[in-house]
Design a protein around this ligand. Structure first.
Ligand SMILES: NC(=O)c1ccc[n+]([C@@H]2O[C@H](COP(=O)([O-])OP(=O)(O)OC[C@H]3O[C@@H](n4cnc5c(N)ncnc54)[C@H](OP(=O)(O)O)[C@@H]3O)[C@@H](O)[C@H]2O)c1
Length: 245
């Protein structure tokens, strides 16, 4: 298969980001994959290379501004343009609002919103170049959460960070229309990954959304023309929990 494009994926070592990386590699994307731990990223990259694509491993902590910027620079140095930026790295800590530790709030804002903002700023030149030569334009796809749309008990800080991420995606599409760059937030309820492990006693993981469901949506978005903007996709579980996480 000839190269479809290039993608940089954060949070690619496991869960939703890994499923997206697999899907985009299978569809012909050369990749930069990132997360904090190089030890988990290397075996992931080896799996992904079996699709015949170039895969660059770039460990980075989204809480470290210099590492966030370096990540984009590494992608550009290796792959040139950037067709698709996937923002999947994220953290979530629950707890009652009344006595919630502010440091946890700060961590979620830093990793879930500040890092995406920085990544987007740094990546825009490479995204604009890619968009200029493609009828699809260039895409930014952020994994937000349904808690950013509808409040969920004990997830005030996480929900606020994801609401901000959804808003950021809208602003990107408004600001970058003339350059052919658009952004989509995907806002799921519980997805069966390590992050939702704490809910497994209350919700059967077999009934949770799958990482492959999210990867399917990401792939579809990458195939849209530059004239179709999708600001936000809510993905929820069928039944009485519709619009709940
Ligand atoms: N699972 C759900 O129920 C659910 C629902 C809605 C939205 N989401 C969102 O979906 C995204 C992916 O979640 P997931 O379920 O796939 O979670 P996960 O299985 O816990 O994976 C999280 C990924 O992010 C990376 N990461 C975490 N902190 C990081 C940091 N400070 N810097 C760089 N990378 C970091 C992790 O790798 P390292 O630990 O090696 O850094 C890992 O690759 C998140 O943004 C999450 O908020 C998840």
């Amino acid at each position: 298969m000839s190269r479809t494009g290039t993608a940089l994926i954060t949070g690619a070592s496991r869960g939703i980001g890994l499923a997206i990386a697999r899907r985009l590699a299978a569809e012909g994307f050369d990749l930069t994959v990132s997360a904090r731990s190089p030890g988990t990223l290397e075996p992931v990259a080896q799996q992904l290379r079996q699709f015949g694509r170039r895969v660059h491993v770039a460990p980075a902590d989204m809480a470290d501004e210099a590492q966030v910027i370096e990540l984009v620079d590494q992608h550009q140095a290796l792959h040139g343009n950037l067709d698709v930026l996937v923002l999947s790295a994220g953290v979530g800590f629950g707890g009652p609002l009344a006595d919630y530790p502010i440091r946890r709030f700060d961590t979620q804002i830093t990793v879930n919103v500040r890092a995406p903002f920085l990544l987007v700023q740094r990546a825009l030149p490479a995204l604009r170049v890619a968009a200029a030569s493609s009828r699809r334009g260039a895409k930014i796809i952020a994994i937000a959460s349904i808690t950013g749309i509808a409040a969920e008990p004990d997830l005030a800080a996480y929900g606020a960070s994801k609401a901000a991420l959804i808003s950021l995606c809208e602003s990107i599409t408004v600001a970058e229309a003339e350059h052919g760059v658009s952004a989509t937030a995907i806002s799921p309820g519980f997805v069966d990954t390590d992050m939702s492990e704490w809910m497994r006693e209350r919700i059967d993981p077999a009934t949770m959304i799958t990482s492959d469901d999210i990867a399917e949506l990401v792939h579809s978005i990458t195939r849209l023309s530059r004239w179709a903007a999708v600001p936000n996709i809510a993905v929820t579980r069928p039944g009485a929990q519709l619009w709940r996480a």
